[in-house]
Design a protein. Structure first.
Lengths: 394, 301
């Protein structure tokens, strides 16, 4: 797996720096956060400077169903209209939206076309049928373009869609009759979910199942948007690329990103620990340093050096650097999951989870306290999810 | 004339008034809703299929003929030179849609050889023969799928091995499902043969059958060709047991049953037998590539 940046607001030079340092291999661009002219320029520059990078646009049409959405520049794009309700998604509207969306992408030096789509809360609801219509229409329109650039079909599902396995099976049966190159898979987490790698084991198991069915069983290329740490588990079941960004809203997709008043918070300073499979607060890193156990947390990356030499609280840790460190940590962790066979990859991840638990235990036995989102709670959930996934799939 | 008691000479007599040059030679099979005779036009042999003409059978026969005309593959039986022929005259007073007394005939290429079912009575196929069975049958399935058709009844009895070149040919497309047409059979009615039918062919309320049902059927044939055992049937099983196993049980890996089976072939067969369509190979080219790579790997050992 390789890591792509999930582009968003206040990009600064993070994208270029991440690509230059090979912490990321590409970018998923957010039209919401750039004017069309700026986005075109940004993509052109990045393609010019990083010829081999993986570049794609998330059309973010799913935001159009949020009423009075905080969709910023999205209404400036020809394929987007806001405040849509279900009745608006007629066959003609879907055809026009797909056509304008793919036409917009065609003139840009992107690696993939990404189809527009809507989100659905359950695999059986009307929205999922509209999502399938978008997928089918995108296949047709993509064929019309007679292009060699591959198509990824967007699949945007609410976390609630992961509850019903039978419904997911039906949906996957339909999706796998399509012949795109792959899927851009986004999970919208429940409102109020605290940022972190935790997730209900049952839902995570079904999310892994979706990733496995598409990427391994059906050999589609799959890019999991906003996947962050959970991307490691997705990678173990075959997902090719995962994305994460700098702000919390770019690491985990929630509707609040598009809702009025749901302003994204600036993330508290964090350090991403490969051994703990989590991003801990810098104060917690300092607590580990105080008990002389900071080595148990450090990721073995170039950015670690100052933390070895001085109190972490005294280390300058601006978002420009911490973002790169986060991307590098995820890249390093995912590179280590290298076995060809999914069974072996899953076994490897299982081993890393047990190792992380041991490290957490040692740190906590030394008096280090972690918050709910930075503690070891997710590890048990991940193990549960892996077991449930393996049992139901193999 | 009663279909069940029809003899070769009865058929020859009926045909005399309808077509010229078609000679009836022998009876191939007997019983059921259909009789098959062997005939010839010149030196070329044909299978002559006679059935009593109630509406569903008629539509099926028309669909079978149309399918064979549209779907061309070296591994799919070919249609004969005539369209459907009504053998007897309609009763004057019988204007109903359904005419149980109506007798119809259509003809197909006669495959001189034995069915895979007959062949397997003498023991499993060699590994190389199994690869060939897989790839050649896949060619036939692809021809059907290309025209949006699903065979739905792939089983050893419906795969012939031609005597002259040992080629495998898919026959009996009477239950073919045309995905974009109105259906003869209700989507809720199970069509196929227990033990070879994919779970989605007999479960669930929504019709979801597609090409991957044939992948499942072929997977069951390959399993049997490799191991000599049906994947979901155990001694003493009745139909319901077989269907239950098809839904709930994963068969033993072929490599466990027959240890000379290449590991990759064993995996491919189990993947073809996955319970959910989306866990089976999603198209012919993916499956063909996997099979060819596996065959290559096996040959290079």
């Amino acid at each position: 797996m390789s890591v792509l940046a999930q582009h968003g607001f206040r990009k600064g030079h993070k994208l270029q720096a991440g690509l230059a340092e090979e912490a990321i291999v590409g970018v998923v661009f957010s039209p919401r956060d750039e004017t069309p002219a700026d986005l075109i320029e940004l993509i052109s520059h990045i393609r010019h400077d990083f010829a081999d990078s993986v570049l794609l646009i998330d059309p973010q049409l799913y935001a159009s169903t949020v009423q009075e959405a905080r969709d910023r520049h999205l209404p400036e794009y020809p394929f987007y209209s806001g405040d849509l309700r279900r009745a608006a998604f007629t066959t003609r509207f879907i055809e026009k939206t797909v056509r304008t969306c793919l036409d917009f992408q065609e003139r840009l030096p992107l690696s993939y076309f990404v189809s527009p789509s809507v989100a659905f809360a359950t695999p059986e609801d009307g929205w999922s049928q509209i999502a399938l219509q978008f997928a089918e229409e995108s296949m047709e329109q993509h064929a019309r373009l007679k292009t060699k650039r591959p198509l990824l079909v967007s699949l945007v599902m609410d976390e609630s869609a992961l509850v019903n396995r039978n419904g997911l099976d039906d949906l996957l049966d339909s999706l796998t009759t399509l012949e795109p190159t792959g899927f851009y898979l986004c999970l919208v987490r429940n409102a109020g979910t605290q940022y972190g790698p935790a997730m209900s084991p049952d839902r995570l198991a079904n999310f892994l199942y979706v990733g496995y069915s598409l990427a391994t069983a059906n050999e589609y290329e799959v890019i999991a948007g906003y996947a962050d740490w959970v991307g490691l588990l997705l990678h173990s079941v075959g997902v090719n690329h995962c994305t994460t960004g700098w702000g919390l809203g770019l690491r985990q997709l929630q509707w609040s990103r598009f809702e009025q008043g749901g302003f994204g918070r600036q993330p508290k300073e964090r350090y991403s620990s490969v051994p703990l499979l989590n991003s801990v607060f810098v104060e917690e890193l300092e607590a580990c340093w105080r008990v002389k156990r900071v080595e148990l947390v450090l990721s073995g990356l170039a950015q670690d050096k100052p933390f070895k030499l001085s109190n972490p609280l005294n280390v300058s840790w601006p978002q420009e650097i911490s973002t790169i460190q986060h991307w590098e940590a995820l890249s390093a962790a995912s590179r280590a999951i290298s076995a060809r066979d999914p069974d072996k990859r899953i076994d490897y991840v299982r081993g890393r989870i047990h190792e992380a638990r041991t490290r957490y235990s040692e740190l906590m036995s030394q008096g280090v306290q972690f918050s709910q989102s930075t503690g070891p709670g997710h590890l048990q959930q991940w193990l549960g999810a892996i077991e449930a996934f393996v049992q139901a799939t193999f | 004339m009663n279909l069940a008691n029809m003899s070769s000479s009865d058929l020859a007599q009926l045909l005399e008034r309808k077509v010229t040059g078609l000679e009836v030679q022998s009876t191939e099979t007997r019983g059921g809703q259909r009789r098959v005779f062997v005939g010839s036009i010149g030196k070329k042999m044909y299978a002559l299929k006679v059935f009593a003409g109630y509406s569903d059978a008629l539509v099926r026969a028309q669909r079978e003929l149309l399918t064979l005309k549209k779907c061309r593959s070296q591994h799919l039986v070919r249609p004969g030179p005539f369209d459907l022929i009504r053998l007897n005259e309609p009763d004057d007073d019988d204007s109903r849609d359904e005419e149980p007394a109506a007798l119809w005939l259509y003809i197909e290429e006669f495959v001189d050889g034995e069915s895979l079912r007959q062949r397997l009575l003498r023991g499993p196929l060699s590994i190389e023969e199994t690869f060939r069975l897989a790839l050649e049958s896949l060619d036939g399935i692809e021809a059907l799928w290309w025209k949006q058709r699903v065979h739905r009844d792939l089983k050893p009895a419906n795969i012939m091995i031609r005597r002259t070149d040992s080629a495998f040919l898919i026959i009996d497309v009477g239950y073919v499902l045309v995905l974009d047409s109105s259906r003869v059979t209700s989507p809720h009615l199970a069509v196929g043969t227990p033990g070879y039918m994919a779970p989605e062919q007999f479960t669930g309320l929504r019709p979801r059958v597609d090409f991957r049902a044939d992948v499942f059927g072929l997977g069951a044939c390959l399993y049997e060709a490799l191991t000599g055992q049906q994947p979901f049937r155990k001694p003493g099983d009745i139909k319901e047991d077989v269907l239950r196993r098809t839904i709930n049980e994963t068969p033993q890996s072929p490599i466990v049953v027959r240890n000379e089976t290449p590991g990759c072939l064993s995996e491919i067969v189990l993947k073809m037998l996955a319970k959910k369509p989306h866990l089976r190979p999603r198209n012919v080219s993916v499956l063909r590539r996997e099979l060819e790579e596996c065959r290559q790997e096996d040959r290079s050992k």
